[in-house]
Design a protein around this ligand. Structure first.
Ligand SMILES: Nc1ncnc2c1ncn2[C@@H]1O[C@H](COP(=O)(O)OP(=O)(O)OP(=O)(O)O)[C@@H](O)[C@H]1O
Ligand SMILES: [Mg+2]
Length: 380
């Protein structure tokens, strides 16, 4: 549980004064729930409180590991973290895991809005591998600048004129009804008022990417998986899931050192890549997993660069796995591109004494902060 702000701002004084104007961002990850409460003050997003709670123990396993909990258990954990973090509002938005969604970029004839509304669900059948009745569909037309840059894809396909003048690019998003039902059940049990569900990468983009006229690769290192996205003009252009994540480092370490998984998790968080004790096993366990994730990332990068003839200008690490000490310098030696950590709290105002801890834990909260920022926009 991380909650240094809870004691200061989550109590009755601030809770009372700002009741109604505070908003809550909730990120239910596979290994932990993160919550962030913000309020708007003179146009700025002010951080009121935040917190994180590991889900492993709710399924009888160690912290740091991915679990698949039902709505009842998730709601129980959510209520626990809301309480521990001194969250004072019920007005929230919630993220949806990328894995529960389908995102496609499709081309449509340049029709009017009403016509598109009719045609898109029909067209979507081609791209969505499950019956259209089993998903909730959302879509939006890419802004002009996005369209312009996308025309180079069309150029590659030899249809410049057509793409520029007669077609629009539409981002199609589908979420399984089952997922929505589960999240609605969590919201109801948690006694919350959720006005939207948002696929996690959109939240991360909002909180961590400011300037995006050149492609950026986002590497979200979760517990069981790592999600890779290429984002350009704020739009997800390519996405992949790698079946390795931060928990694989822990599991390898546990095997190598012959210690419990819980102990290995502790050692990993304490020592980072190099290992404070200089133990070679620690580096080996971390580097083996990272090697795999990085080589997949490079493959995806190269594929994108070759296809669209644009270089990835920067790599952004987010997720709890990005907190691994020494990750950034190591990644710098492995990629020939600018490498950074996501800094979602830089979009919020917070007390100076928290600066360091927010810098360090920021990557974990990219999704939750992004959700809270959207909710703030919605309230104003
Ligand atoms: N300080 C740390 N050092 C190293 N690893 C860490 C640290 N803190 C957390 N982790 C690792 O981060 C992982 C969890 O990351 P995160 O919270 O982003 O996952 P998640 O959001 O629950 O998963 P997903 O997004 O895949 O559903 C855990 O496996 C944990 O071991
Ligand atoms: Mg996550």
């Amino acid at each position: 549980m991380v909650n240094p702000l809870g004691k200061l701002f989550g109590g009755s004084i601030f809770g009372f004064l700002h009741k109604g104007s505070s908003v809550l961002g909730i990120d239910i990850g596979s290994s932990s729930i993160k919550v962030v409460q913000l309020r708007k003050e003179r146009g700025a997003a002010v951080l009121e409180t935040y917190g994180e709670l590991s889900l492993g123990p709710y399924a009888g396993i160690e912290i740091g590991r991915a679990v698949n909990l039902d709505a009842e258990k998730l709601a129980e954990a959510l209520l626990d973290v809301l309480k521990e973090a001194n969250i004072t509002t019920k007005n929230c938005g919630i993220s949806i895991p990328f894995a529960a969604s389908l995102i496609s970029l499709i081309k449509m004839p340049m029709l009017n809005e009403a016509q598109l509304k009719k045609m898109i669900p029909i067209e979507a059948r081609k791209y969505i591998p499950v019956p259209i009745t089993e998903v909730a569909l959302d879509w939006f037309i890419l802004p002009e600048e996005g369209r312009r840059f996308l025309s180079s894809e069309a150029e590659a396909e030899g249809e410049v004129e057509e793409a520029k003048f007669r077609k629009v690019d539409v981002l199609l998003v589908a979420i399984h009804n089952e997922t929505l039902a589960k999240y609605n059940a969590v919201v109801a049990r948690g006694n919350l008022v959720a006005s939207f569900f948002e696929i996690e990468i959109f939240s991360t983009i909002r909180s961590t990417i400011v300037q995006n006229t050149t492609p950026i690769m986002v590497i979200d290192m979760g517990a069981a998986t790592t999600k890779l996205y290429i984002v350009e003009y704020g739009i997800v252009r390519s996405s992949h899931i790698v079946n390795k994540g931060a928990q694989d480092i822990t599991l390898a370490l546990s095997r190598m050192l012959g210690v419990s998984v819980a102990k290995a998790e502790e050692i990993k968080r304490e020592s980072g890549i190099t290992g404070k004790s200089g133990d070679q096993n620690i580096s080996t366990a971390a580097l083996l997993t990272l090697e795999y994730i990085f080589s997949e990332s490079k493959r995806v990068m190269l594929q994108y660069q070759e296809r669209y003839r644009r270089n990835i200008s920067s790599i952004l690490f987010v997720g709890g796995g990005a907190l691994l000490k020494g990750l950034l310098p190591h990644a710098q030696t492995k990629f020939e591109t600018d490498v950074r950590l996501g800094l979602p709290f830089s979009r919020t105002q917070s007390p100076a004494f928290l600066e360091q801890v927010l810098l360090e834990t920021g990557p974990s909260f990219s999704v939750a902060v992004g959700i809270a920022l959207r909710k703030l926009e919605e309230m104003s």
